[in-house]
Write a protein that binds this ligand. Structure first.
Ligand SMILES: [Zn+2]
Length: 445
């Protein structure tokens, strides 16, 4: 026993001295792949590495470049084999390294971009990474934003659609390898098409392609676009294959109180949140009280609205899928933290359930899901259109008709020159049946 112990100590000392005196035994890192994710405002470059990177970096101008030195890294990586999409990055190449045991990588840029660099530990399906966000000095032109605060009549109802995850964040991964980020983007695009085909409604996509946006940034984008509603689309996952079905999430009351508190502390945000109201508040002493009251009111409105929309969505979703939870669920999720915009998160199903993963990979099924979301949202806004919208003025002008003997829905639709579906929608009807004496709302379109 003594002998064995001594042997261990000797080996330990020997190994220690070798590691200290011969850097050749230090762990050698390796770049396994390179991914580039362009977005309208920034481009993310991700180096997939065999181990945690040791790195330094510096920018160069004329022409614009970013230089990254990876220490203790194998030289055998050919950057020309990787796809460099987008128009911000011109080329990624090797240069003479600072030390013999490392590599120097040069990212050549077409224009100025501010780098934000950080290492990420392994998370499914990736290993160690070095992430570089290049904030574009000339971002793509934003979608046209109409100012809700200006005196516009008959504006569109704006629905912000947030496709969950994106870029190197795949979200949950199904048993056959389906990425949640692709499912959420596909459903979101289908919903966008339906909304944009509806007069008086307009969709704004928070994420337009395969790139990452921080969860805190998503409600900010919805606010910048003056959204009346934010719908975040996700697919659930569990560590066992059994759970299935859809659920809808709203901001939890407890989180809401904390969020309101947090927003209150961030005084710079007040004017943005309050719109015109902030300018009226000049007295510093009363500012906090007033702000709290106004914000509290808009939060009450947005939370009540979120809950109502959620119920409407659950009613529609259950026609196409099983429900995991029959009532709206309360959660503390970053994407739901807008105090002023009704926000909901829809989990369309469990990607971890093999059957639901199969369904979600079927375009027709995704279309059905998008249609049920659209029907729910349009029903909700037909009943309670936001002030100043086309739908609000249409509602104010609506006519009524008392059904007489021999009249059918199609006859009335013809007489008033509207679609049967519009009459059904305005009256929340599920069948074409009408009864004598029934008073119907006749919409203008
Ligand atoms: Zn998700």
């Amino acid at each position: 026993m003594m002998g064995l112990k001594r042997y261990h100590i000797v080996v330990f000392l020997f190994m220690g001295s070798v590691l200290l005196s011969h850097p050749i035994f230090a762990k050698i890192n390796r770049v396994d792949s390179l991914r580039v994710w362009p977005s309208p405002t920034s481009t993310r470059v991700v180096f997939d590495l065999a181990a945690e990177p040791e790195y330094t970096y510096f920018p160069l101008t004329n022409p614009e470049r970013l230089v990254i030195d990876f220490d203790n890294t194998d030289k055998k990586v050919d950057f020309s084999q990787f796809d460099i999409s987008g128009d911000l990055i011109k080329n990624i190449r090797h240069s003479t390294p600072k030390h013999d045991d490392g590599i120097r990588v040069v990212i050549e840029l077409n224009r100025k971009a501010k780098p934000e660099i950080f290492a990420m530990p392994p998370t499914e399906p990736y290993g160690d990474r070095l992430v570089i966000d290049l904030i574009d000095s000339r971002p793509a032109a934003p979608q046209v934003v109409l100012d809700r605060t200006q005196n516009q009549r008959d504006r569109d109802i704006i629905v912000a659609i947030d496709a969950g995850h994106g870029g190197e964040d795949p979200g949950s991964i199904g048993p056959s390898g389906t990425y949640e980020k692709n499912i959420t983007l596909s459903i979101s695009r289908k919903l966008e098409t339906l909304i944009n085909a509806e007069p008086g409604m307009r969709a704004v996509m928070i994420r337009t392609a395969d790139y990452y946006i921080h969860p805190n940034r998503r409600p900010e984008l919805a606010r910048e676009h003056k959204a009346d509603l934010l719908i975040s689309v996700h697919a659930d996952a569990f560590h066992s294959p059994q759970p299935r079905g859809a659920s809808v999430w709203v901001l939890s009351m407890r989180r809401a109180d904390n969020e309101l508190g947090r927003w209150m502390e961030n005084t710079e945000r007040h004017s943005v949140l309050l719109g015109g109201a902030a300018e009226v508040i000049t007295d510093k002493a009363s500012e906090r009280y007033l702000t709290e009251t106004i914000l509290g009111l808009s939060m009450d409105y947005s939370m009540a609205t979120s809950y109502d929309v959620s119920e409407s969505i659950l009613r529609e979703l259950k026609k196409v899928t099983k429900l995991h939870k029959r009532a709206p669920q309360a959660a503390s999720l970053a994407v739901l933290t807008s105090p002023d915009i009704p926000s909901i998160l829809v989990e369309v199903g469990f990607i971890s359930n093999p059957q639901e993963e199969k369904n979600l990979n079927w375009a027709k099924y995704r279309q059905d899901l998008a249609e049920s979301l659209f029907t729910a949202v349009s029903h909700f806004f037909r009943k309670t259109p936001p002030e100043g919208t086309l739908w609000a003025s249409q509602r104010a002008e609506q006519r009524t008709h008392k059904v007489r003997s021999g009249e059918s829905l199609s006859l009335l639709a013809q007489r008033y020159n509207v679609k049967v579906s519009s009459i059904k929608q305005a009256n929340n009807m599920t069948s074409d049946m009408v009864r004598i004496g029934q008073v119907l709302t006749i919409p203008r379109i």
